[in-house]
Design a protein around this ligand. Structure first.
Ligand code: PLP
Length: 413
């Protein structure tokens, strides 16, 4: 799919781009160069059409009606669950629909932490606040210790510290599969093996991994895995929590309401089987259907092709960016072992100013601490600019970015 490869690959990329209506628009009179997919990815027509079709033809609530529309809606919702399960190498009954990665991690933490009798929660310094604050706060409330594994100078996780930290007191190891700031891909399988050997559970934040890498939860050997629809070309407000079947079966729900119960009496309530137990109330049906369509879309392209294309773009981008005067890449300097979330600083220019000037060139990037303040603090920077690639990013997009960055230097130099 790389534009650098043969003509058919370039044609492939053009065909992929044509599936995303937003990519053909312009901003400020310039071609849109969308390099903010790590914040949220654009949506292909397959996702938009699936949601439109549901709202215009088959709309009804799920799991409660016997009329035709209710049955169609329920079937579409459950098919979407099966599609997400296939994407993650899981079984459908191991997939809980949530509001997103944040929702998934909150469900996991609120359900698990109260069951622990003290002990330690291990997280990493490169976590998004979603996978940091929840553990920090619940550790405080429940008298547990929070152990934070640092990042090494080469922006990889300090695995020596991870190995030393995981032990008999560890109850949970919660870590991101890929960092939204550094782009670093963490050795998920190895961390899960260490945790399992110590009798600890693993919770993986897969928000930045699922759109870019082949994820097989069984192969990784994790207990829980969280992801968001909107980062994987699906809609906002929907996500998934994978949970190992036996684990979900013994987890109590974190929130309560209708549809998640087996029986309710004045004195007691018993729970429905997972995953329903974790989905109280009317779910985000259209969102789930859109996420299912996004999962099918990703599978139809194939993670082998996606990863190869994105690796090509990242390998192209890194040396060009590194050659921009005053620019420092905050993350691994080689394309291997990382995703295409490329954070950087530009000497003497605030990241928000960088983003504002780039916007004038039609280039969308993000600036700030990317919801990872502990990481920025550890790195000694307040904020960074971040260009992030997706399935539709071209080498030309990178050329426009690099040219525009040179003009930032001119404006502020
Ligand atoms: N984890 C990581 C690594 C992320 O990049 C993000 C979003 O940027 C999240 C968690 C939170 O995802 P959401 O806002 O979809 O819940």
């Amino acid at each position: 799919m790389s534009a650098a490869a043969d003509g058919s690959a370039a044609g492939d990329l053009a065909a992929v781009r044509a599936m995303f209506p937003a990519l053909s628009r312009s901003v400020h009179g310039k071609r849109l160069v969308y390099l903010d997919s790590a914040a949220s990815a654009q949506k292909p027509s397959a996702v938009l059409d699936a949601m439109d079709d549901f709202y215009s033809r088959s709309y009804a609530n799920v799991h409660r009606g016997v009329h035709a529309l209710a049955e169609e809606a329920t079937a579409a919702y459950e098919e979407a669950r099966a599609d997400v399960a296939r994407l993650l190498g899981a079984h459908a009954d191991e997939i809980v629909f949530t509001s997103g990665t944040t929702g998934s991690i909150n469900i996991a933490a609120h359900s698990l932490v109260p069951t622990f009798d003290g002990g330690e929660i291990v997280v990493t310094a490169m976590e998004h606040h979603s996978n940091f604050v929840v553990w920090q706060q619940l550790a405080k409330r429940h008298g547990m210790a929070l152990v934070v594994i640092p990042v090494r100078p080469d922006f990889t996780l300090d695995m020596a510290r991870m190995r030393a930290a995981i032990g008999p007191a560890t109850r949970v190891v919660a870590f991101s599969h890929a960092s939204n700031v550094l782009g670093t891909i963490n050795p998920a399988k190895e961390i899960c093996e260490l945790a399992r050997a110590a009798g600890a559970l693993t919770v993986i934040d897969g928000a930045q991994a699922v759109p870019h890498l082949r994820v097989d939860v069984e192969e990784i050997g994790c207990d829980l895995y969280a992801c968001s629809g909107h980062k994987m070309y699906g809609p906002t407000g929907i996500g998934a929590l994978y949970g190992r079947r036996e684990l979900l079966a013994r987890m109590a729900p974190a929130w309560f309401g209708g549809e998640m119960v087996h029986e309710v009496t004045i004195k007691e309530t018993t729970w429905a089987e997972p995953p329903m137990r974790f989905e109280p109330g009317t779910p985000n049906i259209a969102g789930a259907i859109g996420m299912g369509a996004a999962a099918r879309f990703l599978r139809s392209i194939g993670h082998g092709r996606i990863a190869a294309h994105e690796r090509d773009i990242v390998a192209y981008a890194l040396p060009l960016l590194a050659a921009v005067p005053g620019l420092s890449i905050i993350g691994p300097q080689a394309a291997e072992g990382r995703i295409g979330a490329i954070s950087f600083t530009l000497e003497g220019v605030h990241p928000h100013d960088v983003a504002a000037v780039l916007d004038g060139h039609g280039v969308a990037v993000r600036a700030g601490h990317h919801c990872a303040q502990p990481l920025h603090c550890m790195l000694g920077v307040d904020s960074t600019s971040r260009a992030s690639v997706g399935i539709y990013t071209t080498r030309d997009d990178i050329d426009v970015l690099v040219r525009a960055l040179s003009s930032v230097r001119e404006v502020f130099g």
